[in-house]
Design a protein around this ligand. Structure first.
Ligand SMILES: NC(=O)c1ccc[n+]([C@@H]2O[C@H](COP(=O)([O-])OP(=O)(O)OC[C@H]3O[C@@H](n4cnc5c(N)ncnc54)[C@H](O)[C@@H]3O)[C@@H](O)[C@H]2O)c1
Length: 437
């Protein structure tokens, strides 16, 4: 066995702070409460249901992940958040319409007191929404300072020992990295000057990192993915991860595309369309927010299929992604995919996928896993970008000189090997020659 990393125990309360108390956040909070009360099971969560093989296949050592590494238990979690609408987690969950109202009612006592703090918000960045529960401030820096105060008061009032923040707010308009994001000095100056390149989600990321708490971004907007904030996270010993929860169609893409590449089957085109009727769908109906999502969704195939290495197979892919806002469907998204592929001697074939999914049901366990694993990372002294959490994201953050790893199975191996590494267990390479000596 290699040396293990020293991991501080998961004692006391873990505050989970959620900018955006909408469909995903409330499905997560109410779900955790329902599991705590024994009303439901945490399906879809690796930290709650997953196992990890240790040592040789002949050793039969397969503990659950939560037995293997010291994670905070569900009963140690305390929830808080911000939103532009003042609805409690209970009221917001009823409006989101994801969960059965009877389930929401059965945990009402535990979640009704979770009321959102006033948001740092600017309509310029989420044009389809407007709400009354917002902060006023002299400038963006002032708003960030108010968020830092919110974090400190939440910690104090709830007796939290540690905290994590997971952005579950709306997708902001498309923005590219700007020179003001280059370093902390230019970033803070830009905040004070109300520079348009500083979006509200960046204020939350800045506030979290400055407060020493890990930050994950569940939406595709840049947020912490700028040099000023990745450097700050590193220098402050704070773990960060992002971007954009990998749930429905993109999750499916990162399963199918590695399979095509493994068999050297070519791809001519991949057409993906969705109908979605929740608030997220409404926000994404705005072309500026959709562009942020589109960029996040389009990158996946390019990185998995590597057209520069396989030009005959993947050099000419037509990849189209559409999201259509269609209110009757609510959170129950329907995705259609058509793949035009080709095989031996160039003979064409097609694959059709019709995925009737539930967006927030897929996203909620990801929020839980990220909160628990980021907290584990923090207690293990991990800082800066946490590439081992790529498993959860459509646009995984990685070091500037790397390309992101999108293949779901490589991501899972990376995650589990990171856990083995933390505990000083042998990494699993799947070579396995020793069984045949
Ligand atoms: N559900 C999924 O499968 C999935 C997958 C990937 C990414 N996401 C992303 O997760 C995010 C949340 O999704 P959702 O379905 O819960 O959306 P939602 O619209 O139900 O909730 C988002 C909430 O964020 C609030 N908000 C917006 N800007 C804010 C700000 N500056 N501060 C505080 N609150 C703010 C909105 O008022 C809203 O209540 C979206 O960005 C979505 O794109 C979701």
């Amino acid at each position: 066995m290699a040396d293990s990393v020293s991991i501080a125990p998961a004692e006391g309360k873990l505050g989970v702070l959620l900018p955006g108390l909408g469909a995903v956040s409330t499905t997560f909070i109410i779900g955790v409460e329902a599991v705590r009360q024994g009303l439901a099971q945490p399906f879809g969560s690796l930290t709650q249901m997953g196992t990890i093989r240790l040592g040789k296949r002949t050793e039969n050592r397969v503990p659950t992940i939560k037995e293997f590494v010291p994670l905070a238990g569900l009963d140690q979690l305390v929830f808080g958040g911000w939103d532009i609408f003042p609805d409690s987690a209970y009221a917001s969950a009823l409006k989101a319409g994801v969960l059965d109202p009877r389930l929401i009612e059965s945990v009402r006592g535990a979640v009704e007191a979770i009321k959102p703090m006033p948001a740092a918000f600017d309509r310029k960045y989420v044009q389809r929404l407007d709400g009354p529960n917002v902060k006023r401030g002299a400038n963006k820096y002032d708003l960030a300072m108010q968020l830092i105060e919110d974090i400190a008061s939440f910690k104090e009032e709830n007796g939290c020992d540690r905290m994590v923040m997971v952005w579950c707010g709306s997708t902001e308009i498309y923005m590219e990295s700007d020179p003001v994001h280059r370093n902390l000095e230019s970033f803070e100056k830009a905040m004070k000057e109300n520079h348009p390149a500083i979006a509200p989600s960046m204020l939350y990321a800045y506030a979290a990192i400055r407060s020493g708490i890990p930050y994950a971004n569940g939406a595709p907007n840049l947020s912490a993915d700028v040099p000023a904030l990745t450097d700050l996270a590193h220098s402050q010993n704070v773990a960060i991860a992002g971007k954009d929860f990998k749930t429905g169609q993109t999750w499916m893409k990162t399963i199918i595309a590695p399979g095509l590449k493994a068999r050297l089957l070519g791809l001519q085109g991949w057409y993906s369309t969705n109908i979605l009727g929740n608030r997220d769908g409404e926000v994404l109906d705005d072309p500026a927010s959709f562009k942020t999502k589109e960029v996040s969704k389009l990158g996946v195939l390019e990185h998995i299929l590597q057209p520069h290495i396989y030009p005959e197979l993947y050099g000419q892919i037509s990849h189209v992604v559409r999201i259509n806002y269609y209110p009757p469907r609510g959170d129950n998204k329907e995705g259609w995919d058509n793949l035009d592929i080709f095989g031996w001697l160039g003979y064409p074939m097609q694959i059709k996928i019709n995925f009737l999914c539930r967006d927030s049901i897929l996203a909620a366990p990801i929020v839980l896993d990220l909160a628990l694993l980021l907290d584990l990372g923090a207690r293990s002294g991990m800082k800066g970008i946490q590439e081992w959490l790529s498993f959860y994201f459509k646009s995984p953050m990685c070091a500037p000189e790397l390309y992101p790893e999108h293949d779901l199975f490589i991501q899972l191996m990376k995650l589990k090997n990171t856990l083995r590494h933390l505990k000083g267990e042998e990494l699993i390479t799947h070579l396995g020659l020793e069984y045949y000596d």
